[in-house]
Design a binder for this molecule. Structure first.
Ligand code: HEC
Ligand code: HEC
Length: 310
């Protein structure tokens, strides 16, 4: 049985790679071609750190995302998963309107930058305190997890690197809920077809229970950050102390179509500085008071006209 959909299109990918340009290819085929291109490169984590500057504004300097789960934790995710998701997102094989503008070649760079940033992110230690579910239905959750998820995500949610099966342990609960929902309702284009089938019969209670359990699966100790750890690569970053939940700056205008995957190497991506506030406008000086208009002199009374001669 073919469990993972990604290997299915290998023939297509070879054809695409040989022809160099993906002509009239589907988003899935374009993404797969780029994935294969990235996977043969040797990553340079030092450049990965520079490329990661683009990601910091949303995923945070530690890569831990946000507790409320708008931005996922990506730290410690498997390299193959990160590469696949980046290739999918920029080929629009996974809709991600917030991140898309930052994933295009003119910002993120070509395959080498993807290889580099993926290695960097995969090596970041994971948060020891992700947001977990309410903890009310864990017995059911555990049973469902064992019966339905282990073969593709691992017993401890550690993922399966060679199959691009994501780490789901230690992920924020609400992010898990949203992705699971999107996968189930076929709104996540790159969903794994066998997973969709596997979870077909899940009730809302099943779904909440299994994801609560999943959010509580602990990553291996060596993948976790020590309490209080901050990423020394970004010492200047202002960390608010509370989980980041600030709104994202508006993304640049959407370009028409993603560029074909093969691009010249990029210079460093720009850091995303806070927009400086425009200086306050000085208040306008009051206009000088208008001088009173001089009154016209009083007209002397008109002399009586002389009596008309008779
Ligand atoms: C403007 C905000 C933003 C920026 C910048 C951004 N991302 Fe994302 N990213 C997101 C959001 C939002 C999601 C989740 C989308 C969803 O809910 O489906 C996401 C999802 C991801 C995922 C998929 C995670 C998963 O578990 O499925 C990866 C991998 C990722 N981002 C990596 C990166 C990298 C690497 C960079 C920098 C090159 C980056 N992102 C820049 C917002 C951003
Ligand atoms: C047949 C294999 C398979 C089974 C069974 C399976 N999954 Fe998945 N799952 C995957 C793959 C592969 C992906 C990544 C798909 C992609 O985007 O490339 C995924 C993605 C996910 C995601 C999104 C992760 C992210 O970081 O965005 C969640 C959450 C998830 N699975 C949870 C579960 C749970 C919970 C179960 C059990 C109830 C389960 N899956 C069963 C293969 C499977």
């Amino acid at each position: 049985m073919q469990v993972f959909g990604f290997s299915r299109a290998i023939g297509v990918s070879i054809a695409l790679t040989l022809s160099g340009q993906a002509l009239a290819a589907t988003p899935a085929e374009i993404a797969l071609a780029e994935y294969n291109e990235v996977m043969v490169l040797t990553p340079d984590p030092d450049n990965g750190r520079k490329v990661y500057l683009t990601c910091v504004v949303c995923h945070g300097p530690e890569g831990w995302g946000t507790m409320e789960g708008i931005y996922p934790q990506i730290a410690g995710q498997l390299r193959t998963v990160i590469i696949k998701q980046l290739a999918d997102i920029r080929a629009r094989n996974r809709d991600n309107p917030l991140m898309y503008p930052f994933s295009v070649p003119s910002i993120l760079g070509g395959p080498q930058n993807i290889a580099d940033v993926a290695a960097y992110v995969a090596g970041l230690p994971m948060t020891p305190s992700n947001r977990v579910g309410p903890g009310t239905d864990l017995e059911l959750g555990e049973k469902l997890y064992r019966d339905n998820c282990v073969k593709c995500h691992g017993r401890h949610g550690e993922g399966i690197e060679k199959n691009q099966g994501p780490v789901i342990a230690g992920q924020h609960f609400n992010y898990l809920l949203r992705q699971f929902d999107m996968i189930r309702s076929n709104r996540r284009k790159n969903a794994n077809a066998s997973m969709v089938k596997q979870i077909e019969g899940f009730t809302p209670r099943d779904q909440a229970a299994v994801l609560d359990y999943t959010s509580r699966l602990r990553p291996a100790a060596e993948k976790l950050a020590a309490p209080g750890w901050t990423n020394p690569d970004f010492p200047q970053y202002v960390r608010s102390g509370t989980p980041m939940s600030s709104p994202v700056p508006p993304p640049p205008a959407m370009p028409e179509m993603p560029q074909p995957p093969v691009m010249p190497p990029m210079p460093e991506p720009p850091a995303m500085p806070e927009m400086p506030q425009p200086p306050a406008m000085p208040s306008m000086p009051e206009p000088p008071a208008m001088p009173e208009m001089p009154q016209p002199p009083a007209m002397p009374p008109m002399p009586e006209p002389p009596p008309m001669p008779r």
